[in-house]
Design a protein around this ligand. Sequence first.
Ligand SMILES: Nc1nc2c(ncn2[C@@H]2O[C@H](COP(=O)(O)OP(=O)(O)O)[C@@H](O)[C@H]2O)c(=O)[nH]1
Ligand SMILES: [Mg+2]
Length: 346
Amino acid sequence: MKIGLVGFAGSGKTTVFNAMTGMHVPVGFGGEIRLGAVRVPDARIDALSRIFSPKKTIYAEITFCDIPGEHGAEKKGLSRRSLQQIRDQEALCLVLRDFANPALEGEPDPLADLEAFHAECVLADLEIVERRLDRGRKEKANPLEMAAFEMMKETLEAEQPIRALPQQQLHREMLRGYGLLTDRALLVALNVGEDRAGEPLPAPLAARIQALDAAALVLSAGVEAEIASLPPEDQTAFLADLGVAESALARFIRAAYGLLQLVSFFTVGPDEVRAWTIHRGTAARQAAGRIHSDLERGFIRAEVMPYEVFMKYGSEQAIRDAGKFQVEGKDFIVSDGDILNIRFNV
Ligand SMILES: Nc1nc2c(ncn2[C@@H]2O[C@H](COP(=O)(O)OP(=O)(O)O)[C@@H](O)[C@H]2O)c(=O)[nH]1
Ligand SMILES: [Mg+2]
């Protein structure tokens, strides 16, 4: 999964990026676009790995991309290059500044920044949509595609994000490659000062984020950066002192999974215990295709052991003996935590 960190200069993107990835990119304005991969911690994989002692244990991964904002003529805003980067991401995390930054004038105003970011994305999308409609009229383009673009135009003119539109009306396959911004899943991270790390999201901001069809979380990048530098055994106590139940990385990953409607399934064995990420509602045959295209093509059946069942009985044999072993066909919907073994023939 690729998540782009976006937001205005000085909002704390690079600090968040460092805290999440454990990297040490210099903070301050501007900078280069950076990528960092983070493994998705999963206690179930830890447990399965202890049981199977495999040669390799592979966790799911999230790639964070730190996308610097503009810091030129305009005080706020996203450069063309940043916009281009954003188009590559599956989800965007908008970092909003809610701490006093001595390098910036004025009090933080996260709600205003959210509106400014949203307005900028709406304008950028509107430009693309209108250009496509103009060209489409001249070329007599596919009417279904034109209808989808008309609908998007109306949505954007009403200052609504495209992601708020019902998926089935959009014909998403046709929209790929246009690089629209407001159709991307959006997670808003309110970056607060250290003294407010345990506070909930202010109600007006929460309401606005909900209206924009986005998800949200509160974090203090400063706190997270400090946590990342502590030995693991001290981290929990440090967080508890600040009234924070769980590190932002864990909350972030959960929020991103929820937002993108992602779930994990597992494969196990002496060679490898591994987590795979799929969209909720994926059928067994497509899930098999995540592992290898041969498994999708030659799919025969899926042997399924939900994680909880496996842990209760302790082994595949015990599950078989108890008559709980599941054998499923290609249309079986894979659930979070299913351990799969794909039978196939190519
Ligand atoms: N006090 C405080 N300062 C922060 C926090 N997050 C970022 N900063 C500071 O704000 C400045 C800008 O942060 P940076 O991560 O470079 O912002 P970017 O421009 O969005 O990448 C740096 O001096 C950071 O140390 C925070 O949570 N608390
Ligand atoms: Mg930066």
